[in-house]
Every structure is written in C-alpha cells, then in structure tokens.
Write a protein that binds this ligand. Structure first.
Ligand SMILES: C[S@@+](CC[C@H](N)C(=O)[O-])C[C@H]1O[C@@H](n2cnc3c(N)ncnc32)[C@H](O)[C@@H]1O
Length: 376
C-alpha cells in the first residue's frame, strides 16, 4: 500500500503518517553510530521517545538494562511491542502510549529520541526540566535547529535558544545524518546532538532571564549600552521598576520572585518563536532563486558588520538613544542614567549579545536585579 508516494516500512503493513513526522531510520550504520554515541551501560534505564517500528529500540534493548518507550501512534506502539517480544526483549521493554509533551516521564539514565522536528524545542526544555536529573540525552534534530543549539558566542547562528540550552546543559553536535538515511526521506537535513544537563541549574528566575534575553537579542550585534538607552526599553523597565518598588513596599517581594524561580516553561515559549523563525525561513527561501538568496545573505552580512561598526562609534550610537522630548532630570531620564551607570560600573556597556556567553548574561541579570531593575 502507498501513501504520499511512499511504500510502507520494511514488512510493516501500514503507512507512515506525516502528521507524526514518521521518517524511519533505515540506515543500520547510522542506527549503530547513534546508539554507540550514547555509551549506554548494561545498568542504564533508557527512555526512547518515538520508537516507531523499533529500529533504534532493538539496539537499545541489546545494550540497556531496560528501555521505556513513549509512542503517540497506536499502530507503531503495537508494532514495536510485538517486535521487541519476538526478539526476546519483552522482559526489558515497556511502552507508554501517549504524547511525549504530555505524559510524565519515568526515571531514566539516558534519553534517545528521533522526534518530529516541530516539537524539538518544547521537548528539549521538558527534558531539561525533568527530575531526578539524567546522565545524557542523544537527540536527532533538524540540522538548523541542532546548529543553533550548539552555536557559540561569535557564531552567526548564536541566538536565545543557544544561550538558554547552554545555560542548562553541555551541548555537543555529534553527527550529521543525511535525508537518505530515512524512509521516507524528510525535506530537511538532520543532526544528532548530545545533551548533558548541568546540575544544579543556576538559581535564577527564568522569567526574568527570558525577559532580559529577549531585549538583548533584539539586536544581537549592538552594544548593551546602545540597546539599554532606547526610550522604549527604558520606559518598559521604568514601568517594571515602579511596579516592583510598590510590591517591595508592600512586602510582597518574595511572592513576586520565588514562585517563578525554577520555571523553564517561559524558555520553551521563547524558543518556539525561534523554531517558527526557522520554519518561516525555509518556507520563504523555497520560493527564492539561488541568486536572490545569495544577495540576501550578502546584505545581511553587511548589515551585521554595519551594526558592529555603528555601535563602536558612540556618536552613531546616540542615534538609537531616542529619548527625544524627555526633560533632563525627569524621572524617566534619571532612570535611564541609573541603567547607564549600572552597565558602566559592571564594565558591560561595550559588550554585545552576539559575543556574550551564559556567564556574561548571568552577570548582567545579577547587576540589573541588584539595582532594582527587573524584566518581567
Ligand atoms: C522520526 S520517527 C522515528 C522512528 C524511529 N525512532 C526511527 O528512528 O526509526 C518519529 C516517531 O515519533 C512518534 N511521535 C511523533 N510525535 C510524537 C509525540 N508527540 N510523542 C511521542 N511519539 C511521537 C511517531 O509516531 C514516530 O514513530
């Protein structure tokens, strides 16, 4: 039987469902390589997300003490269970039928997943929030997403997703996987990433963190001095400041802070935006000619260079300083001066988000918070 022009998988009498991103890893070398990279011990419990027909599952069962798989498609769930029983792994294989974003994960040491790419971001942050903390996760992602996860300061792909994931984990790109290793082949290239959670995670308020990063990455090549002098930013922070001061005066500070302190969910939302950006880029780039794309890239490159040059020059930077019409000595102007002083004293004025690592951002959040400046 055929659906979407593809025959059903090796010997399985059902068709692949595109809505569940069913692209089965058919290249045994890739399967072996991927499982080897997990360095599973015979005492490890493995959580596999999206086992499909079980090509990875079989090898995971060979190595691990136990494999628990979460599969959304009942046909795949039945198939992989039957296959593991037939191979003699019934005693060490458990299946949870459900949506990986909704079910509670059991205890595990290692996670392996080849999931639909549209849920990469929420899944990654759900995993990073899982407790007790696990040893590592080996995950297949769309290449662009993977490269953003591991991008370092200074790389053109460095973005909020990179900072957020690297705040919570050590992240390495371990192999590229071509479209032809899958059946049916997806439209995009893939990469495998190894993620090792950092434990304990930094004790910060993630809503504050997310608010700060959103501002910093609005123009990642601009200096912080320039970004934080913009009237709309100063005004927003001033409003926050007043609300926060009222809360402190009413002795509600702890209520405002503590409840949200370990909430990663905002980071999930943040990076959903980024994932949509990748999807958007792909959709629009499909319609463009190669020449058009080259021209755009060149323009973008020049623009980024321009940003850097512009913000090296204090006079040019002033152009962004649109506090026009704001009287000297007004509460807003004084508040702006407070921000400028905090940045100067911390020697952060000349820093640019594009080149700042997680430690720099943690320092920035800390000096702002100490100065009573908040981002939620
Ligand atoms: C790309 S296929 C990978 C199959 C198999 N692991 C392999 O590598 O050959 C993705 C699998 O994830 C399952 N899946 C999709 N969305 C899911 C979700 N939200 N929760 C759990 N499984 C899901 C699909 O049904 C499919 O079996």
């Amino acid at each position: 039987m055929e659906k979407n022009g593809y025959a059903a998988g090796d010997g399985f009498n059902f068709t692949f469902d595109k809505t569940f991103g069913q692209h089965i890893l058919k290249n045994p070398l890739v399967v072996k390589n991927l499982v080897d990279k997990t360095a599973i011990k015979s005492s490890d419990v493995v959580l596999e997300i999206g086992p499909g027909t079980g090509n990875l599952t079989q090898m995971l069962c060979e190595k691990a003490k136990k494999v628990i798989a979460v599969e959304i498609d009942p046909r795949m769930a039945a198939e992989v269970t039957k296959r593991m029983k037939k191979l003699g792994y019934g005693h060490k294989f458990d299946l949870i039928h459900g949506d990986a974003l909704k079910v509670d994960f059991p205890f595990f040491d290692v996670c392996v997943a080849n999931l639909p790419y549209q849920i990469s971001s929420p899944f990654t942050f759900k995993l990073l929030a899982h407790r007790p903390v696990f040893k590592c996760a080996v995950l297949m992602f769309q290449r662009e997403f993977a490269l953003r996860l591991v991008a370092k300061p200074g790389s053109s792909l460095y973005c909020r997703l990179s900072v957020n994931v690297q705040l919570l984990s050590k992240c390495d790109h371990i192999m590229k996987v071509s479209k032809n290793s899958f059946k049916p082949p997806p439209k995009v290239e893939s990469s495998v990433v190894r993620i090792e959670p950092i434990y304990p995670p930094p004790k910060i308020n993630f809503v504050e963190w997310d608010g700060l990063l959103r501002i910093c990455f609005m123009r990642k090549n601009k200096t912080l001095g320039s970004i934080f002098r913009q009237k709309k930013i100063v005004k927003m922070l001033f409003d926050n400041y007043k609300i926060y001061q009222t809360a402190v005066n009413n002795e509600e500070e702890n209520k405002v802070g503590d409840e949200e302190a370990q909430d990663y969910s905002k980071l999930m939302e943040a990076d959903e935006d980024m994932l949509n950006d990748i999807k958007g880029e792909q959709k629009s780039s499909k319609k463009k000619s190669r020449k058009q794309k080259c021209l755009e890239r060149l323009q973008k490159f020049k623009q980024n260079e321009g940003d850097d040059e512009m913000s090296e020059n204090p006079e040019e930077d002033e152009k962004d300083d649109d506090m026009d019409g704001e009287e000297e000595g007004s509460p807003l102007a004084e508040f702006k001066q407070k921000i400028v002083t905090i940045l100067e004293e911390a020697k952060l004025t000349k820093k640019r988000s594009a080149k700042m690592d997680t430690t720099d951002f943690l320092q920035l959040l800390s000096v702002f918070n100490e100065g009573g400046i908040h981002f939620r």
